[in-house]
Design a protein around this ligand. Structure first.
Ligand SMILES: [Zn+2]
Ligand SMILES: [Zn+2]
Length: 173
């Protein structure tokens, strides 16, 4: 695998045999990420998929998408800046965010994104949705102690959510 990617000029090995992306490799990686995020948007906005269901579907679609299809989807969707989980398209500078656990009790915050690595976690996005938590939703932190379930107020109702939401839900204050 490494040798194939090296032959195609996508990666290079340095003198310590560590792998680096070349400029071409970086472009290639960016393009896959862009296709993935566009596919997720397409699934939500055109096909009516629930936001928490799109990641797996998009993993299949991203490999089937030509450059022309990528461009057309981007146009149809009006050049979206993020995926439905709030993660910016490559080249787009996202707004400053921090993990929920860094919000002080009593403060309010808006959910901005669920970082990429947590999109994969089976059941996690669906869990958030079941608690009324998704990008764009405003919440108030009622009580937050490290490693313990977190009490928040969402849409006028108080809820206790899983402790791991503290690291996996990113907000802007
Ligand atoms: Zn995804
Ligand atoms: Zn996403």
């Amino acid at each position: 695998m490494v040798h194939r990617l090296e032959r195609e000029g996508l990666i290079a090995l340095d003198e310590r045999k560590e792998v680096h992306l070349t400029k071409t490799g970086k472009r290639h990686a960016d393009s896959i990420v862009r296709r993935h995020r566009l596919a997720e948007r397409f699934l939500v906005e055109v096909l009516g998929f629930e936001w928490w269901k799109t990641h797996e579907e998009a993993e299949r679609l991203e490999h089937a998408m030509s450059a022309e299809m990528e461009q057309r989807i981007q146009n149809v969707l009006g050049d979206p800046q993020t995926c439905p989980h709030g993660n910016p398209m490559p080249g787009v500078t996202g707004r400053p965010t921090k993990p929920l656990e860094r919000v002080l009790p009593g403060a309010t915050a808006t959910i901005e994104r669920i970082p990429d690595q947590f999109e994969h976690e089976p059941g996690f996005l669906e869990y958030l949705d079941s608690q009324g938590l998704r990008p764009g939703v405003e919440l108030a932190v009622v009580d937050l102690r490290h490693g313990e379930p977190i009490r928040v107020r969402v849409d006028g109702a108080e809820r206790t959510i899983r402790a791991d939401c503290g690291q996996k839900v990113w907000v802007r204050a």
